[in-house]
Design a protein around this ligand. Structure first.
Ligand code: PLP
Length: 408
């Protein structure tokens, strides 16, 4: 069976609505957002949907997270606590602002960092906590916000995979100080590439807007480039697509959740497989559907499962990322600015404790990666698709259980 895929039209809800708005942009001859109307309208509508003071679209999820970090404005050598399991787009902005990512271990069931793993990492250098709601599952925010309050440290929420995921009645992205989203091809809503920054606090608006636009005081009586910033502007072509996608995203989220609920029911009592949790207090929006596989029970690793599923046309991601992000070359070898190894060897940190990323400090991360098999997920999955996926997973389970039986 061929499953709808988010890499092409089979699994993306793009059509007449996007084309009509794109046509307006093309016919207007104004493709940039500075003079155009679409991104401005999108910003307003997205903020309204999220019930926040403002939203600003930008070039990517990475750009959104960079904007958030720059808005916190760490000094060189300051620290930002984040997760070991994420896209590098969460981490790179920290280094680009000359701050140091400090990693908290994850909960191996939710794949998210927790207050318990964050607190021991807090130092006088900590300038922010960057929480990722991985795969669309909300992190446990109440205890994290309690830490934020106790130590007076702002929280940035990376919601790139978590549109309209809800934690105790609130949309994630509106719980911490700043929320960031990605509009990259595979996300719940897409403009190919793109990002969004939201915040409740109006005082952050100017800084966020300026960082996206070279810190140029557009519209000010005497504009200038006020501080170091980039051109992270979204084009009005993307703004047109974003506006149309915004109308559809809640439905996309609901369809993904409904399909996921079906799979959960099918796989409920499957031996050796732990399923993702979604409940009233923590609504998962299933960017992907992660399974936790008891590899000891089956006597094979998650790659074996993945290979079997691939033969049936189900392209899963064993381990999601192959290693914790701190083991990527850029961080391990500190390939940053020339030969300086800044910000790790920043002169501003002279005499302070050296930052060491030791895999032995992250047993839960290693366990989570070893056991996770990430199933592709899509709003166009029908009950037939879900049945097929469930049957294929069960066949793999039965196959490896019987093989194990033969070996014993
Ligand atoms: C959790 C997470 N953070 C950050 C990013 C970076 O977003 P972008 O690729 O739009 O830069 C992504 C995804 O792509 C992501 O999934």
């Amino acid at each position: 069976m061929k499953l709808p895929a988010d890499s092409n039209a089979s699994g993306r809800d793009l059509g007449q609505e996007e084309l009509a708005l794109l046509k307006e942009v093309i016919e207007s001859g104004t493709l940039n957002s500075t003079k155009g109307t679409k991104v401005k309208r999108f910003d307003k509508e997205f903020a309204k949907e999220y019930g926040v003071e403002f939203a600003h679209a930008c070039a990517s999820g990475t750009a959104a997270l960079h904007t958030a970090v720059a808005t916190i404005n760490p000094d060189p050598g300051d620290e930002i606590i984040t997760t070991t399991i994420t896209d590098l787009g969460t981490i790179v902005p920290i280094l680009y602002q000359n701050a140091i990512p400090i990693f908290a271990d994850v909960d191996p069931l939710t794949f998210n960092i927790t207050a318990q793993t964050i607190e021991p990492k807090i130092t006088k250098r900590t300038k922010a906590i960057m929480v990722v709601h991985l795969f669309g599952k909300p992190a446990d925010m109440d205890p994290i916000m309690a830490l934020s309050k106790k130590y007076n440290i702002p929280v940035i929420e990376d919601c790139c995979q978590a549109y309209f995921a809800r934690y105790k009645g609130s949309n994630v992205g509106t719980i911490g100080q700043i929320g960031c989203f990605s509009l990259q091809q595979s996300k719940h809503m897409t403009t190919g590439e793109g990002g969004i920054v939201i915040a409740k606090d109006r005082t952050l608006e100017r800084k966020i807007r300026l960082f996206i636009d070279k810190a140029w005081g557009y519209g000010d009586p005497k504009p200038d480039h006020y501080f170091l910033a980039l051109n992270y502007r979204m084009t009005d072509l993307q703004g047109a697509v974003a506006l149309a996608q915004l109308k559809k995203v809640r439905d996309v989220v609901n369809r993904r959740r409904e399909a996921a609920q079906m799979l959960t029911e099918h796989l409920q009592d499957t031996p050796g497989i732990t399923l993702p949790e979604s409940n009233e207090d923590s609504i998962h929006v299933f960017w992907k559907y992660p399974l936790i596989v008891d590899t000891d029970l089956f006597g094979v690793d998650v790659f074996a499962f993945s290979t079997m599923l691939k033969e049936k046309g189900i392209f899963s991601a064993p381990r999601y990322i192959q290693k914790p992000v701190f083991m990527c070359e850029v961080l391990k070898d500190r390939r940053t600015y020339g030969k300086s190894h800044c910000p790790y060897d920043c002169p501003k940190r002279k005499g302070e404790e050296e930052i060491v990323y030791d895999v032995n400090d992250y047993p839960k991360t290693m366990k989570a990666l070893e056991h996770v098999l990430v199933l592709p997920w899509n709003e166009f999955y029908t009950s037939e698709h879900v049945d097929y996926i469930a049957r294929s997973v069960k066949e793999a389970v039965d196959f490896y259980l019987s093989k194990k039986g033969e070996r014993v």
